[in-house]
Design a protein around this ligand. Structure first.
Ligand SMILES: CC(C)(COP(=O)(O)OP(=O)(O)OC[C@H]1O[C@@H](n2cnc3c(N)ncnc32)[C@H](O)[C@@H]1OP(=O)(O)O)[C@@H](O)C(=O)NCCC(=O)NCCSC(=O)C1=CCCCC1=O
Length: 378
């Protein structure tokens, strides 16, 4: 018997109150599990757990539907309340994506042109981000693959991020008709500084895990590609040197030319194995286990403040702007992504800028003229 059990049994309430908002947190596309907590040497700790919240929509790169947003909020609330939970691990199913943000099919087919509906959706989205930032347990983002768009935003809301090194990180909104104001514009400047926040937030060029790690966007990375039984670093990016011939930092930048061709051959021979990712996540959970719970919680509450302050200052205005943007750019951009092909799924940006320069209003005709199918018909 643990030494504390007699004291515990004599003074703990006989019946514990339940503070969860909902009892049943089963939601389509979100898995909530309690996995046994382990000591640093791997021993299971009786009666203590880590809550795993998994976005489970791998066919659509774990993008979240409205129902999944609701499920995620409930899962975080329950994990937050669970007395026996030490840490929360937030992840995605499979090895392709952690999450690529809002579900573009739902955006294009339901919310496009429907700002009042999107306004209600954004209440849920904002509550999801706030549920992560307000979780009473430390939250670790286990990045099993791409973290893009709103996926990057809910990932950056987490306290720690451990990533497999083939994952990529960045925003998609300015290419697909949204602004990354679901957290990215709030979190990026405080996490990586204003200059690189500008680059990552606006240009929609995903960063490698090595680059995200270099800029302090994430806590740690582990190799995931196994070739001939050995783990190798992401072959698609430069990891064997720090500088180019002119002294510019190239570590984590994409390979090009012959180097890239050779990397693709390595990739073909390999298979993704996330066992090192899981070991790293368990290691972090075990470090958290061996701390005072309240002192740890107070510490993370304080350290979250720069992110929370920026988020709270902007989230309501962002919600209102995003709702109205569903009448104009989001309507065009998400339809283009949803209706286009993999090779052609963005609007004609030049034509849009030319039309707006000529004072053209946002009519249905303008929207239709920008879509890939209109370009194909020309
Ligand atoms: C760059 C990509 C993430 C990955 O590209 P690629 O590697 O070429 O894979 P794909 O073939 O595109 O994707 C595989 C299948 O997954 C589907 N998919 C991917 N992402 C989504 C998504 N977000 N919603 C629905 N479905 C998705 C894709 O269509 C493929 O399906 P198929 O049936 O064809 O096999 C690229 O996929 C990409 O850019 N995805 C979209 C990213 C995006 O725009 N996300 C939304 C950003 S906006 C956002 O998230 C917001 C959050 C809150 C605030 C407001 C807001 O806008």
């Amino acid at each position: 018997m643990p030494v504390t059990s007699a004291a515990r049994d004599s003074i703990a309430p006989l019946e514990l109150k339940n503070h969860d908002l909902v009892a049943d947190i089963d939601a389509p596309g979100v898995i909530y599990e309690k996995r046994p907590a382990r000591t640093p040497d791997g021993k299971v700790v009786p009666g203590l757990f880590n809550a795993w919240i998994t976005l489970d929509n791998p066919a659509q790169f774990n993008s979240y539907t409205t129902e999944m947003v609701k499920g995620t909020i409930s899962a975080f609330r329950n994990a937050s309340n669970a007395r026996d939970v030490v840490a929360v691990v937030f992840t995605g199913a499979g090895d392709k994506a952690f999450c690529t943000g809002g579900n573009t099919k739902e955006y294009a087919e339901y919310y496009a042109g429907n700002p009042q509906e999107y306004r209600q959706y954004m209440r849920l989205f904002n509550d999801m981000v706030s549920a992560i930032l307000g979780c009473d347990k430390p939250v670790i983002c286990r990045v099993n693959g791409m973290r893009i768009g709103g996926g990057q935003e809910i990932g950056m809301a987490c306290d720690f991020t451990v990533a497999q090194d083939m994952a990529r990180f960045g925003q998609a909104g300015p290419k697909h008709g949204s602004a990354p104001i679901g957290g990215a514009t709030d979190f990026l400047p405080v996490m990586i500084g204003c200059e690189m926040a500008m680059v990552s937030g606006s240009l929609c060029e995903p960063w490698s895990a090595h680059k995200a790690y270099r800029f302090g966007m994430i806590t740690d990375i582990v190799p995931a590609l196994k070739v001939d039984g050995e783990f190798v670093a992401n072959p698609l990016v430069i990891t064997d040197r720090w500088l180019d011939a002119y002294g510019r930092i190239v570590h984590g930048e994409p390979k090009t030319g012959a180097e890239l061709a050779a990397a693709k051959e390595v990739l073909k021979k390999g298979a993704v194995d996330l066992s090192l990712l899981d070991a790293k996540v368990e290691e972090l959970c075990a470090k958290i286990l061996l701390t005072f719970p309240d002192c740890f919680t107070k510490t993370i509450e304080e350290l979250r403040k720069p992110k929370i302050d920026a988020w709270n200052a902007n989230k309501e205005n962002s919600r209102a702007w995003l709702a109205l943007n569903m009448m104009t750019e989001a309507r065009a951009g998400f339809r283009a992504f949803n209706e286009g092909t993999k090779e052609d799924r963005e609007i004609d940006f030049v034509a849009l800028r030319q039309a707006l320069a000529a004072g053209t209003p946002w009519t249905d005709d303008l929207t239709e003229s920008l879509l890939p199918k209109a370009r194909a018909a020309r």
